[in-house]
Design a protein around this ligand. Structure first.
Ligand code: ADP
Ligand code: MG
Length: 216
């Protein structure tokens, strides 16, 4: 059935879209990080995703969705110095491992992969929702994806719902006081600023929704 499965092209389109978005939003993400961190989030994410694209376009790149995501995650870990490199690197590697070696996957498998990504981030960074991190965008998005698919939505529609939930979670970081990462050193002074990692996460989720929406 049209639009009910995603494949290597979808994943490639997702990572390309994410890379373009990181490039376009580099200065904005860095400004957000300047307010409550060390002003490197935009450059970190742009460097990492540019390297991911180079990796995927190399001759020896894997061409199934799972292995592609594992390669992308490993590239982020090795090219991004900040906290976001290991965190997003782990997320993509876990998602890739959850997908296995198949050529195509359906909505339920995609939801499991994103759940595995979130679990990896939480295992590594120990942040809970409300701590003002990328988890505040990723976690509600994964929940919305699960709920939407369970209520019978097609993948593209469920991902659009997840994107919206991720954006709402991103905006909800503004009034929070950071409990994890560099921003937590600021204590109450972190209140009133949007979290940079939640912002890049919402952009990456938007790229995912676009990559699947473009196909169906
Ligand atoms: P660094 O903080 O090392 O400079 P970045 O600026 O690239 O790294 O990334 C900062 C973002 O990383 C934060 O905005 C936050 O969303 C995320 N982050 C930091 N620590 C954690 C953590 N323990 N768990 C989840 N996300 C975290
Ligand atoms: Mg930083």
């Amino acid at each position: 059935m049209e639009g009910t499965s995603v494949n290597a092209e979808t994943v490639h389109r997702w990572l390309q879209g994410a890379a373009a978005s990181m490039k376009e939003s580099r200065d904005y993400l860095t400004q957000l990080d300047a307010a409550i961190g060390d002003a490197d989030h935009g450059t970190n994410m742009e460097r990492g995703f540019t390297a991911v694209l180079a990796k995927l376009d190399a001759g020896d790149a894997p061409n199934a969705p799972g292995p592609m995501l594992i390669a992308a995650g490993s590239t982020l870990v090795s090219t991004v110095g900040g906290a976001s490199g290991p965190l997003w690197g782990t997320a993509l590697r876990r998602a890739g491992r959850a997908l296995g070696d198949g050529d195509e996957f359906d909505g339920a498998q995609l939801a499991l992969a994103l759940r595995a990504a979130l679990d990896g981030v939480v295992e590594l960074g120990a942040a809970e929702e409300g701590d003002k991190t990328m988890v505040d965008s990723l976690s509600p998005a994964v929940r919305a994806l699960d709920e939407s698919l369970r209520s019978g939505a097609a993948i593209a529609e469920a991902l659009a719902t997840a994107q919206t939930a991720g954006e709402e979670g991103m905006r909800a970081t503004v009034p929070l006081q950071a409990q994890k990462g560099r921003a937590s050193y600021l204590g109450e002074r972190s209140i009133g600023h949007q979290d940079p990692g939640a912002t890049s996460t919402a952009l990456i989720l938007a790229a995912l929704a676009n990559s699947v929406g473009a196909e169906s």
